[in-house]
Design a protein around this ligand. Structure first.
Ligand code: NCD
Length: 297
């Protein structure tokens, strides 16, 4: 089994990952694990920059007793013109037990999964999907609220370029949430009505802010950082219109003072941002255990 997109996962698999992740989290944030993947090898292949996703997948593998091996792509044969398919054939010949992959092109992990015999986990492909991020966001919401059913979740910012938004917009409604997507009109995907950020945040239980992905923008936004915050960002005033118990999320990396007021990001009452990172390890442990465990059966 691969983890490539939310749609390709069954309700049972999603439920199993969330419940195992909660167990790992409760067990001293995953430190108390039974090393169920002892002797296994997990390859990490990141063609795009990453701090949280790369490190938490590697940590998750090690906590399960597997060895995590990362290829530094900038020093690999990719720089000598090797195709992605040839890289996949090469890595497959080394018989890893799983391959975690991030790539700037939509569909690249799915293409590699056709070649690899081991399970492939999509750690973010272009503007397409980031399934384990959505799973860790769901796990963090569940931890905070007990259940996702009936919650209103505003996802605000650069929706057009966000694989995090795309995966969450698929996953959270399956778990019973109402998702409200909003952002600057030029940063909304085609076919999704531009809802104002004010409208989305009002009455929401969860406010998830997204980074403006300047590396994927064809033209520069006219707004300066302060102007973006005032027009579309999470300010104290906007958060004041959300539900009184509303939680704030951000997948990171954050641009403080652009999409989110810096003090809100650090507010221990409201911000789930550190919890998201902690859940990231637990969820990735659950994902690796599921796919590597099922491959071994
Ligand atoms: C996101 C990503 O890379 O898709 N970050 C993450 O994985 N935590 C979001 C982003 O880059 O803004």
């Amino acid at each position: 089994m691969d983890i490539l997109s939310i749609d390709a996962m069954s309700d049972g698999e999603i439920a199993e990952i969330l419940s195992r992740a909660a167990q790992f989290f409760a067990g001293n944030r995953g430190r108390r694990s039974a090393e169920r993947l002892h002797g296994k090898i997990v390859f990490n292949l990141f063609y795009e920059n990453s701090t949280r996703t790369a490190m938490s997948f590697a940590t998750a593998a090690q906590r399960l007793g597997a060895a995590a091996i990362s290829l530094s792509v900038e020093r690999s044969s990719v720089q000598k013109g090797e195709t992605l398919e040839d890289t996949a054939r090469t890595l497959n010949a080394m018989r890893p037990d799983a391959l975690v992959m991030r790539h700037r092109e939509n569909g690249a992990p799915a293409a590699v999964a056709l070649i690899m015999e081991a399970p492939v986990l999509n750690a973010g492909d272009g503007t397409n999907e980031h399934p384990t991020q959505a799973l860790l966001d769901a796990a963090a919401i569940q931890h905070r609220f007990g259940s996702i059913e009936g919650l209103k979740v505003a996802i605000c910012g650069d929706i057009r370029h966000s694989r995090v938004a795309r995966s969450n917009a698929k996953l959270l409604p399956r778990l019973g949430a109402e998702v409200r997507l909003a952002g600057p009109p030029g940063l909304m995907p085609e076919g999704v009505p531009a809802r104002s950020v004010d409208e989305a945040i009002a009455g929401s239980d969860v406010v998830m802010m997204l980074r403006v992905q300047r590396e994927r923008l064809e033209e520069e936004l006219g707004d300066g950082p302060g102007e973006y915050l005032a027009r579309y960002g999470l300010t104290r005033e906007r958060l004041g219109t959300a539900a009184p118990t509303a939680a704030v999320m951000h997948p990171g990396p954050m641009n403080r003072g652009v999409e989110i007021d810096s003090a809100i990001a650090d507010d221990p009452e409201r911000s789930l941002i550190t919890l998201q990172v902690e859940m990231g390890v637990a969820v990735r442990m659950a994902c690796l255990e599921l796919v590597v465990g099922s491959a071994a059966r």
